[in-house]
Design a binder for this molecule. Structure first.
Ligand code: ZN
Ligand code: ZN
Ligand code: FE
Length: 745
């Protein structure tokens, strides 16, 4: 007889881990107990040496599918004389190091039950089990027990309790377990919040409303969606007008993978993404047209599948593709509360399909795009958050507050970097409130007090202002593009030296100008700006970002002085000339993103934009038609890449009326070749692509191809977004490096 005690860390709560241990112990004739503690799962098993050995082997080989053990500590003890094996009450002492699981898409077994007329959960929209269902969106506190979730308001009925207590049941300790008798229910509300019908009738009326061209606000897992018939142009147009969103593409939810395949090209890896337990929005190539306003001038669709029984029931009812866009106003967080939604979405939604299971925190749908055969997370939210990025070494405990756009927050603890869900652009009061809540929430749930707070260098970033207001920990400021490079290095566990190509729209540079076309050589000592794009002016600052033709105007002014290009009134022309002449409100930038914008305008693809990256996307879509093209000329001297020869030859091509796709692909080839040329000069083997520009699949793939041919080892983002959503991770690494240095000195 022997006794062994295990302490297991990782994703081991809410995934059927304890029942798995229970079954294993009973099958191996072992006595003892298992319990959830805030550090993870603790097990004591007692029995014969042979049975214990088998238990240990099966612990590794039969781990439940969603569980993920990151650290296992075991020790041999004197036998204690246990009489049976039992699952003990959760132990709430100790530091919280256990992982919180993200929300998981409905599993096949639950889906079968929901569509089985004989099952007691037939058509029940809140069906779940230990393998699927809400987690992060309902957790108020650790450990993960029903009393610390928003399901505490729903006492289980006898049948549900029996399932919950039976270690052989799929719902054993499924914290959100519920059924039509005891769980949450649906309600269908008029625009003023008046209840029209409830339960299954609510679902049916909501379906009819969508079919009838109405815009329906649906409370889902991490917040509200606005849903409209994606084949009904009038309905989609109405949604665009009401949301004041003229062009930015809408995501489309399809009833099932078969219909999705009729509309989109789906590769093997994309199929896997769409149908995995994350069920993100995947950017796919469109095959068949939907209503034109779904994604104007865009060859792609952001497509996804229903991921809760509620969505599955509604979509089966509808059997058409629908727009499913975040239920919010521009730059505000998504609504999570039905009473608040009635106010905030007034004038946008016609009717509301809501339920009474509270959502603790807003979680958007995640967005993924496959680039060079690998999934790249562009928006990290539902299904991914709050899983950490695991590092090799321990880091000090720190809080990083991210950037101004696509904000995320990150927290380091031990070897883990916890990256928050996408918070969004910090441009509205509501977004700022959500940002502060997320920062507090991360600290509270893990009960961590950061030793240092890290923010961007930009003095006007709201996240930085927040950091500077904190008094309980010192604040350090980190250069934007350095953080971008470090974020990529973190996810690939790179130490450096690395040549980081950090290309994006805007980031505050060390010299006070706007950077964005940067080559940073990063090693243990920090970073060196080894090259950058030649700078140019942004006449009107923010206004130039919304009006790429102003940037094109400035580029030509930079080259030729006075010129006649562009559709401007003589008054506009005069103002632009004055601004550029006298350097009024015309910040200088080396931004690659803005150079893309300018070229897009020169080609007549996008002169004015209504959403971020619209001009650059238009250039990418134009280029995709032609896979290979010759680069335009450019020069590199003293680390400054001069785009002037490129712009001049491009103008020649425009005058000769060459095809736009031809010119667009030549521009992309030029950018790839700039990277190659600088890399050759710097002579670093490892090259990392980071920053928002590398959301551009064509640019990223062309560059990787050219660099591979030249023998470089290439890294690009996957788990951490390449855009500013990844900044907070890089900021943590920068913070750790600074503290390390302080210690050494
Ligand atoms: Zn399930
Ligand atoms: Zn029940
Ligand atoms: Fe950036």
């Amino acid at each position: 007889m022997e006794r062994i005690r295990y302490e297991i860390n990782g994703v081991v709560q809410g995934v059927g881990f304890r029942p798995f241990i229970y079954r294993l112990a009973v099958e191996q004739h072992l006595n003892g107990w298992v319990l959830n503690s805030s550090q993870g799962v603790i097990i004591e098993v007692e029995g014969s040496v042979k049975d214990l050995r088998l238990f240990d082997r099966r612990l590794y080989s039969e781990t439940p599918p969603n569980a993920h053990m990151t650290r296992i500590f075991s020790e041999k003890l004197e036998p204690a004389g246990y009489r049976a094996f039992e699952i003990r009450q959760s132990n709430e002492e100790g530091i919280k190091t256990t992982l919180i699981l993200p929300d998981l898409a409905t599993c096949d077994l639950c889906q079968d039950e929901v569509f089985d007329p004989e099952n007691r959960r037939y058509r029940y929209p809140f069906t779940n089990c230990t393998h699927c269902g809400p987690r992060y969106t309902i957790i108020e506190n650790l450990p993960y027990d029903r009393q610390y979730t928003t399901m505490k308001a729903f006492p289980m009925c006898d049948e549900c309790r029996e399932e919950y207590l039976n270690p052989y049941d799929r719902r054993f300790h499924a914290q959100p377990n519920a059924c039509p008798q005891c769980g949450p229910h649906l309600e269908f509300w008029a625009s003023n919040g008046e209840v029209i019908v409830t339960h299954d009738d609510a679902l049916i009326l909501a379906g009819l409303a969508v079919r009838g061209g109405k815009i329906v606000a649906v409370k889902g897992l991490g917040g509200f969606h606005l849903i409209a018939n994606a084949r009904n142009e009038e309905a989609v147009q109405t949604l665009r007008e009401r949301k004041n969103r003229p062009h930015k593409p809408f995501a489309v939810m399809f009833p099932d993978i078969n219909m999705l395949r009729e509309y989109c090209e789906v590769s093997g890896i994309e199929h896997e993404l769409l149908t995995c337990s994350v069920a993100p929005i995947v950017l796919l190539r469109r095959k068949q047209a939907l209503a034109p306003s779904v994604a104007p001038d865009n060859p792609n669709i952001g497509a996804f599948l229903p991921y809760t029984p509620l969505h599955q029931l509604l979509m089966t009812e509808l059997n058409i593709p629908v727009i499913a866009t975040s239920g919010n106003k521009t730059d505000e967080p998504i609504c999570i509360d039905e009473n608040e939604a009635v106010e905030r979405l007034a004038g946008i939604a016609d009717v509301f399909l809501v339920h009474n299971r509270p959502i603790v925190r807003p979680i958007d749908d995640s967005v993924v795009r496959v680039i060079n055969g690998a999934p790249v997370i562009l928006r990290r939210a539902r299904g991914y958050a709050p899983l950490p990025i695991e590092m090799e070494d321990e880091l000090p405990t720190m809080l990083a507050v991210g950037g101004q756009q696509k904000n995320t927050i990150a927290l380091s603890h031990g070897k883990r970097l916890f990256l928050s869900q996408h918070v969004g652009n910090l441009e509205t009061v509501a977004a700022l409130e959500a940002f502060e809540r997320t920062a507090r929430d991360l600290e509270n749930i893990y009960e961590i007090t950061p030793q240092v707070i890290i923010a961007d260098k930009h003095p006007d970033y709201e996240a930085r202002k927040f950091a500077d207001r904190q008094t309980d920990a010192p604040v350090v400021h980190v250069q934007h593009h350095y953080a971008h490079v470090l974020s990529g290095m973190a996810e690939h566990l790179l130490d450096g030296p690395v040549l980081g190509v950090a290309w994006d729209g805007t980031g505050y540079g060390d010299d006070g100008t706007i950077w964005g076309g940067e080559f940073l050589r990063v090693d243990d000592d920090g970073y060196q700006r080894v090259a950058h794009l030649r700078t140019f002016s942004l006449p009107g600052g923010e206004a130039a970002i919304k009006e790429p033709r102003r940037i094109a105007f400035a580029l030509l002014y930079e080259i030729f002085g006075d010129h006649e290009w562009g559709n401007f009134t003589s008054e506009e022309r005069k103002v632009l000339h004055q601004m550029l002449d006298k350097n009024l409100n015309s910040p200088r930038t080396s931004s690659a993103g803005r150079l893309f914008d300018a070229v897009s305008a020169l080609l007549g693809l996008c002169e004015e934009s209504t959403f971020e990256a619209q001009a650059a996307m238009a250039l990418e879509f134009a280029a995709e038609i032609i896979p290979h093209a010759r680069a335009y000329p450019f020069t590199v001297a003293d680390g400054v890449i001069d785009w002037e020869p490129m712009v001049k030859e491009l103008l020649d091509d425009i005058l000769r009326k060459r095809d736009v796709p031809y010119m667009a692909s030549r521009v992309h080839a030029t950018f790839s070749h700039m990277i190659r040329t600088v890399a050759d000069e710097v002579g670093e083997q490892h090259v990392l692509l980071t920053g928002g520009c590398f959301q551009n699949r064509y640019l990223t793939e062309t560059t990787i191809r050219e660099m591979h041919r030249a023998g470089y080892t290439m890294y690009w983002h996957q788990a951490v977004p390449p855009n500013d959503g990844g900044l907070s991770i890089g900021q943590l690494i920068a913070g750790a490096r600074l503290m390390q240095k302080d210690k050494q000195e």
